[in-house]
Design a protein around this ligand. Structure first.
Ligand code: GLU
Length: 316
């Protein structure tokens, strides 16, 4: 409970979240992602904050039951699925563990010599992971495993937005170019369509801020969902995921994030950020207006304030 996780009652946690919401809701700066036509249709000023403890207690304020797509916040979870299914060695052969300091959709960044994408949190790395999954078990089975994985983290059946998926498949020329580059360097095989379909399918998984907090709490709880008690990911791999979220989860803002917020986290262009306080809580913020780095403006503000006020940095 919040008492155990944070030394404060659920009521005072709820009140604090409301204060954060009140403090930042007036900021309507930033722009909703519109490079995927379907994404531009969201309610632009939606704003939700949620936390879920490893005991399964949830507090949430704002539009916490509004559904959005995970987008890149799916990447750590898909990476975990690949580790769980195929082991570290197979996954490390295709994708590294180095931060890039580059934007999420950076095209040319591949490790010198081996031509692996630097890490699984950027598009190139996530596409390589999806290719590996498809090549191992086939697209249909990979999708089924991705769905089962999401259910484990959500504690309920998972759904996806078919329109966002279709919209990305048609308009995602940059990701297709990345996939071709990976194909050129033999990081993936011929089946670019399967890899991209799985990648976009994972990006289009639907969640609410409450859900996303429980996904974070599952990682905080060593891979076991706090309320269902079901295991979503082997405990051995949770550290891999959290480490990469910490060093690479915020792309070219990762260093500043580590310095100011100090938590493993992952952002998505839908405007969400999931954060993990290991052993204690999962945190989620949703607000679709993005800054020039592609991160939710309000999510960054909320996490900065929250981490400082509650001493959440992993180095505290
Ligand atoms: N669907 C997005 C893309 O690959 C994910 C990007 C993101 O959330 O950063 O373009």
């Amino acid at each position: 409970m919040f008492e155990q996780a944070m030394g404060r009652s659920a009521a005072s946690a709820q009140q604090y979240l409301q204060e954060l919401h009140d403090r930042f809701k007036g900021d309507t700066s930033g722009k909703v992602a519109d490079y995927i036509p379907q994404l531009a249709k969201v309610p632009q000023d939606a704003f939700a904050i949620a936390a879920c403890t490893v005991q399964g207690e949830v507090v949430a304020v704002g539009d916490a039951d509004l559904t959005f797509t995970l987008q890149s916040a799916s990447k750590p979870f898909t990476y975990g699925l690949a580790l769980d299914m195929l082991g570290r060695e197979a996954v490390r052969a295709k994708v590294g563990v180095e931060p890039t300091g580059e934007a999420f959709n950076s095209i040319v960044e591949l490790e010198e010599g081996v031509h692996r994408p630097y890490n699984p949190m950027i598009n190139a790395g996530a596409i390589a992971v999806c290719a590996l999954l498809c090549e191992s078990v086939g697209l249909d089975e990979a999708i089924a495993r991705g769905e089962a994985m999401a259910e484990g983290y959500l504690g309920r059946p998972s759904t996806f937005d078919p329109e966002v998926l279709a919209s990305e498949l048609v308009t995602g020329h940059r990701n297709r170019a990345i996939a071709h580059l990976l194909r050129h360097f033999h990081i993936m095989g011929e089946d670019i369509d399967s890899a991209l379909t799985l990648y976009y399918r994972q990006c289009s998984i639907e969640v609410t801020a409450r859900d996303l907090a429980s996904m974070g709490a599952t990682l905080a709880n060593r891979g076991v969902h706090p309320t269902t008690g079901a295991r979503a990911i082997g405990s051995a791999y949770v550290r891999d995921i959290l480490t990469l979220m910490f060093t690479c989860g915020l792309y070219d803002s990762a260093g500043r994030w580590a310095y100011t917020v100090g938590l493993p986290a992952k952002s998505g262009v839908s405007g969400c950020v999931v954060g993990v306080v290991p052993g204690r809580m999962g945190l989620a913020v949703y607000s679709p207006r993005l800054d020039s780095h592609g991160h939710s403006v309000r999510a960054l503000q909320v996490f900065n304030a929250w981490s400082e006020d509650w001493n959440l940095s992993v180095f505290e």
